[in-house]
Ligand binder design. Structure first.
Ligand SMILES: *Cc1c(COP(=O)(O)O)cnc(C)c1O
Length: 433
């Protein structure tokens, strides 16, 4: 191994060293710069809305761990809950009250949730939800929407957005045809045909892995009645939207109650947690009460539940008012300055979640999202922002996560920077085109 002077390490050095031991230098493809070109910056630390890289450069951060962080990096309340828990031991393989506390918090905030099963990731939550749906209904087919991402399990990787889309992969090599034979993929915002072979319809109630695509008016309500009529379960994948678009998540925001919820990201307070949740009569089919098996050595981990409970406890009505206010300011400003740079743009927003499409018309499904991304403007805009100290996700299908640590000044600065960045991006895109 090359000796590296930690004092003077560059991102380039760090990346080269990473590539010698990690595949592609990263542990999740979305972190690579494959979609935008160049070398990723390596994070030395994060404080509030800012990140610092190993070169000592500071970035105003809109990635926020892809939505796992809502209070900003290193929130003192979350941090002290975490360190307090760590002093008592890190994992036991026996139940702890910390797990109960996090489950109770989810119960209280999300109306319709009676019982919770904690996992260590969102992927496990959606996998478990599918197995549970199949176990309960004794049916096998799953309906998912094109461009919705539900983690990297075989059955759900078909036509998902996020990193899979950025890398231009249809799904993944290595997924056996059998594994997706029961997955029916349909366009977002269109009502799918559902017959008596369908166990579940899984949906992101706000699609946030193909850029930000809101559910059109009535879409979720109609999915609810269609599934009710056919006996299929409706699963809301709220791994991003949960505790972010409203205190009670998207089900509260839209007034539509699914049969099962999947959570993740925010509920871990920056540590690995996922959850499946729902009413007694469904959740009790999971082992040990029922016969649908699911397990995890680190499920409900004491550190993760302590951080997650602390993060959720800090959220209240005022938090959401503030989040939405910031996001409104950001969306309005970005639209204005990008249009002034003579680029067609749609800044799409649901509460505090927002995404930037370089497109003439609002984007309502994956096909339109791909068409917008294929214009090829995002990589230029991304780099023009990054070199001016604003970190967006290095992939055109990700959303922005303004959080509670983003100040009015942070947002003003972002808009100022975006003005110059958009002009530069347009020039470079034109010249390349
Ligand atoms: C991130 C995400 C997942 C997967 O969660 P992991 O913790 O990365 O496994 C599932 N669904 C949605 C909507 C997500 O955004």
């Amino acid at each position: 191994m090359a000796l590296i002077d930690e004092e003077h390490i560059t991102n380039e050095d760090a990346f080269q060293r990473a590539c010698a031991s990690l595949v592609g230098g990263v542990n999740s493809p979305v972190r690579s710069f494959a979609a935008v070109g160049g070398v990723p910056f390596f994070v030395a630390g994060g404080h509030g809305s800012y990140l610092t890289d190993v070169e000592g450069r500071r970035y105003l951060d809109y990635i926020q761990s892809y939505g796992a962080i809502i209070h900003g990096h290193g929130n003192p309340v979350v941090l002290s809950a975490l360190t307090e828990a760590a002093r008592q031991g890190t994992t036991f393989g026996a139940p702890t009250l910390g797990e109960v506390e996090l489950a109770e918090m989810i119960q209280q905030k999300v109306s319709g949730v009676d019982l919770v099963r904690l996992t260590s990731s969102g992927t496990e939550a959606t996998m478990t939800a599918l197995r549970l749906a199949r176990g309960v209904t004794n049916r096998s087919k799953i309906v998912k929407f094109e461009g919705c991402y539900h983690g990297h399990s075989d059955a759900l990787l078909a036509a998902s957005g996020s990193g899979v889309a950025s890398l231009g992969l249809p799904a993944s090599v290595g997924v056996a045809p059998n594994a997706v034979a029961d997955t029916i993929v349909v366009p977002y915002n269109e009502l799918p045909p559902i017959d008596e072979t369908v166990a579940a319809v899984i949906v992101e109630p706000v699609a946030a892995n193909m850029g930000l695509v809101p559910a059109q008016s009535g879409f979720l309500q109609e999915l609810r009645s269609l599934t009710e009529q056919s006996g299929a379960l409706l699963i809301f994948d709220e791994v991003i939207t949960g505790f972010r678009v409203a205190e009670g998540g998207a089900s509260a925001l839209y007034g539509v109650t699914p049969d099962l919820w999947c959570f993740g990201k925010i509920i871990g307070g920056g540590l690995p947690v996922g959850a499946v949740a729902g009413p007694h009569h469904l959740m009790n089919h999971l082992a040990p009460t029922g016969s649908v098996y699911q397990a995890g050595t680190l499920s409900g981990n004491p550190l993760a539940t302590a951080a997650g409970s602390a993060a959720l406890r800090l959220l209240n009505t005022a938090s959401y008012r503030m989040l939405t206010g910031r996001a409104e300011q950001l969306a309005f400003g970005l639209t204005k300055v990008i249009e002034e740079a003579d680029l067609a743009v749609q800044v799409q927003r649901v509460e505090s979640l927002l995404g930037i499409f370089f497109a003439d018309e609002p984007v309502t499904n994956y096909r339109q999202a791909v068409a917008s991304v294929e214009r090829g403007i995002y990589p230029y805009f991304f780099h023009a922002m990054l070199k001016r100290g604003i970190a967006l996700a290095p992939g055109p299908y990700e959303v922005l996560f303004p959080g509670l640590a983003h100040s009015v000044d942070d947002v003003d600065k972002t808009i100022d920077v975006a003005s110059a960045a958009a002009a530069e991006a347009r020039e470079r895109w034109r010249r390349a085109g």
